[in-house]
Design a protein around this ligand. Structure first.
Ligand code: AHR
Length: 503
């Protein structure tokens, strides 16, 4: 066994309160996320609108609180008008982002209906600032949000949606710094366009929440300068800057992969510092928060090496099958988000179904949970309330990418109404169990409700169509509170994601 790790929890010290939208996700018109993912008319489990009820059940179980739509790269060529009105009259279009054919059978109204059926989740809609601009964003807003009595609001009503969709949270484009993006722009060009769009949208509804595009990743050559310039233009009229990050195991370097959250945390801290730097320069008391609206494990280098695409409808794209190791890293990314809940108040797991997703489906067949489903569902269920300040005292290990890294990555939340505390912890060691002591100061805890763990003798085990339940969380026995309730003792198995609930 490694040396012990220790953390101290005290309800007097907290990072902030979790915004439920930290547990958002993302539905893009990409591959089979929509078609044969959430929507498959004719499937035995499809409802009258063609929505798969087996998928709806899993989305509810996942605990998703907000869903970003319709892209992603897709949005930069999207004409929203194509996606409304009688489905059989909608045009088929080339989707340049994913070299696919978009039938538009599923559109805005169907998405809103899907959200209503999920329940407890709100929309986050992206406007196209690639091929389009201010006017089209305003028209979309009038269509979705204006009650009645104008051309576009009445068109929505004529299409069968009497009530406005009430979209409060909007993304001003997607990854506009990326050369792969249709209509990519430099920071000044984009900053001006985003500011004009935001100002105009606020003329209709002043209280919208608006997200300006940050860099597509921390490794972009313009990272940080991009954020600074965009915010100089938009500071007063937006609420969030976006962050996107994907992680993968490269060259067999699993130790570095297991430490991916080190990168995610420094990325967040760098963007927060940049936001606050611009705020200081502008002498503003306003704080810009983070919308981490794309994050996940994604084997991107495999995707880039794939065959060129040939304008198929709903091709099998980005269908990564996640291992136990991936789920442990994924859990660690959730811990990183929670540890920054004061400034990261919106986050979207990219994506929801089939495309780098926690839920997989077969056309005409079943739907099942990937390994990553479990950490997300548990974090969404129990990672609410206040995030407590957690300083980790842990043995370390060496990584090629990040130097010495603590074996323990952890956070904790408290529900102030019930006093219940949940500790989320990852043991990054591939070989050794990690004993953990938690000092519980000023907390009235009397019992360990459950110590749930996701781990496996085979770190590459996965859930598949043939073995959909191969990997699932188990229960660790022996985790205990001291007689006076002032300390918790647990042992975290090697390479594991742990959720310890105290009542
Ligand atoms: O989530 C997949 C893609 O990753 C999105 O379309 C894009 O925004 C990002 O590059």
């Amino acid at each position: 066994m490694s040396d012990k790790a220790r953390i101290v929890l005290d309800p007097a010290f907290s990072v902030g309160t979790v915004d439920p939208r930290l547990f958002g996700s993302f539905v893009e018109h990409l591959g089979r996320c929509v078609y044969t993912g959430i929507y498959e008319p004719g499937h035995p489990a499809a409802d009258a609108e063609g929505l798969r009820t087996d998928v709806l059940d899993l989305v509810r179980e996942l605990g998703v609180t907000a869903i970003r739509y319709p892209g992603g790269n897709f949005v930069s060529g999207f004409k929203w008008e194509d996606s409304v009105g009688p489905a059989e009259e909608r045009p088929r279009r080339l989707d340049l982002a994913w070299r696919s054919t978009e039938t538009n059978r599923f559109g805005l109204s169907e998405f809103m209906s899907f959200l209503r059926k999920v329940e407890g989740t709100s929309p986050m809609i992206a406007v196209n600032l690639g091929t389009r601009g201010v006017q089209e964003a305003l028209e979309l807003q009038e269509y979705t949000n204006h009650p009645s009595g104008t051309d576009l609001a009445d068109r929505r009503i004529g299409h069968g949606d009497k009530d406005p969709f009430g979209v409060r949270l909007w993304c001003l484009g997607n990854e506009m710094d990326g050369p792969w993006q249709i209509g990519a722009k430099d920071a000044d060009e984009y900053g001006r366009l985003a500011a004009q769009t935001a100002r105009a949208m606020r003329m209709i509804e002043p209280d919208l929440e608006l997200v300006a595009c940050g860099s597509s990743s921390q490794s972009m050559p313009t990272f940080a300068a991009w954020e600074a310039t965009v915010l100089e233009h938009t500071y007063d009229v937006v609420d969030y800057i976006s962050m996107h990050a994907y992680y993968e195991e490269l060259g067999g370097d699993r130790d570095s992969f297991l430490a991916s959250a080190v990168d995610m945390e420094s990325f967040i801290e760098n963007v927060v510092a940049t936001c606050d730097h611009v705020g200081a320069r502008l002498k503003s008391s306003k704080k810009i928060n983070i919308s981490f609206d794309e994050w996940n494990v994604w084997y991107l280098t495999k995707t880039q090496a794939a065959e060129p695409l040939n304008w198929e409808e709903a091709p099998r794209l980005l269908e990564d099958v996640y291992s136990v190791t991936d789920a442990v890293v994924f859990g660690s990314l959730l811990i990183a988000l929670l540890r920054h809940a004061d400034r990261v108040t919106v986050a979207c797991l990219a994506q929801l179904v089939n495309v780098i997703a926690p839920i997989m489906t077969e056309p005409g067949g079943p739907a099942w949970r990937q390994t990553t489903f479990y950490p997300f569902a548990q974090a969404s269920a129990y990672g609410r309330g206040r995030v407590l300040t957690v300083n980790v005292d842990s043995p370390t290990y060496s990584t090629a990418k990040f130097g010495e890294v603590p074996l323990l990555h952890a956070t904790a939340t408290i529900d102030d109404e019930t006093g219940a505390v949940t500790v989320f912890a990852v043991n990054r060691s591939q070989t050794e169990a990690l004993p953990l002591t938690v000092d519980l100061r000023g907390l009235e805890l009397t019992r360990v409700v459950e110590h749930s763990v996701l781990t496996d003798a085979d770190p590459d085990a996965r859930n598949t169509l043939d073995a959909p339940d191969r990997v699932a969380p188990g229960v660790v026995e022996g985790t205990s509170l001291s007689a006076d309730g002032s300390a918790l003792s647990a042992v975290l198995p090697p390479l594991s994601w742990n959720v310890i609930r105290l009542g």
